[in-house]
Each structure stands twice: as structure tokens, then as C-alpha cells.
Design a protein around this ligand. Structure first.
Ligand SMILES: [Zn+2]
Length: 152
């Protein structure tokens, strides 16, 4: 499992800044898909900043199809990825559209490794799919996402 910290390489707003939180407030690990066939943390960050007007990329981690895990925000950052759960949630996005296809084995191995690592640090946290967040109106992370492969 390889985690590459690319926080300094991503687009950020010059004027807006995300709020921060203490680490102890983390209690949800929220799984997303990008809903796109491709894309990279850099392209998602660009879109979130320049098209949506957000302070920075919405996710804390992005997992590419080859299984590389990119760290894209500090865990103390209250970024935007799941309305209603941003204050206490960590956003993990797998690149792909899992309404059309399934994640790669490398992606699922990295995701489960990352979730286990985070659970060691935040044992109270619960793993959730984005669509399980109260009030969400999305199929994210896609209807073909293999929920049964998540650690519990
Ligand atoms: Zn999502």
C-alpha cells in the first residue's frame, strides 16, 4: 500500500479556505467514486476549485485504478464531499464510475488497507458509502461497488 502526499501540488483557492477540526471529531469514513471514467487528483482539484468555487479538492484521499493512494487533504480539513457529514467525515474517492463498471482489485486492496489503517487511528469511526449519509441523493459510489468487500 503506497500513500503519496500530493497536497502541495493541487489547485487551491486564493481567497477561500476550508475550516479545520480536531482529529478527535472524526467518526465517519465515507467511500465515494469519482463518477468519471478517468481523472486524477489534480483534475478533480481543478474542477472543485475552478468550476465549483470550493477552497480546494473535496476529498481527503483519492485511490487510482492502479491502487496508488493519494493524500489530498489533511484529516483536520473540513472539506466538501458529503453534505451533512463533512464536519466529522473523511472522504475517500476511488477513480471510476461504478454504475458502469467495478473498481479494480488493486483499488479495493488499497481501499481496504487504508480503511483498516484509519480504523486503527479512529476506532470509533464507521465506514459508510456516500449514499448512506442521511439526506444524500446519490448512488455514489455506484451500484456496482462491492460493498461486501469492505472491512467491518
Ligand atoms: Zn460521493
Amino acid at each position: 500500500m503506497r500513500i503519496v502526499d500530493i497536497r502541495d501540488e493541487l489547485a487551491h483557492s486564493r481567497s477561500r479556505k476550508y475550516a479545520t477540526r480536531p482529529l478527535r471529531s472524526i467518526d465517519k469514513l465515507i467511500v465515494h467514486h469519482s463518477g468519471t471514467r478517468g481523472g486524477t487528483p489534480k483534475s478533480f482539484a481543478w474542477h472543485h476549485v475552478h468550476a465549483r468555487g470550493w477552497p480546494g479538492i473535496g476529498y481527503h484521499y483519492v485511490v487510482s485504478p492502479d491502487g496508488v493512494i493519494f493524500k489530498t487533504n489533511a484529516l483536520t480539513t473540513v472539506s466538501y464531499h458529503a453534505r451533512g457529514a463533512n464536519l466529522d467525515g473523511v472522504g475517500i474517492c476511488l477513480v471510476g464510475d461504478f454504475n458502469r463498471s467495478e473498481p479494480t482489485d488493486a483499488q479495493m486492496e488499497s481501499l481496504t488497507g487504508l480503511l483498516r489503517l484509519l480504523l486503527r487511528h479512529y476506532p470509533r469511526a464507521r465506514i459508510m458509502l456516500h449514499r448512506e449519509v442521511r439526506g444524500s441523493r446519490t448512488s455514489c459510489p455506484g451500484l456496482k461497488f462491492p460493498t461486501e468487500r469492505l472491512p467491518r
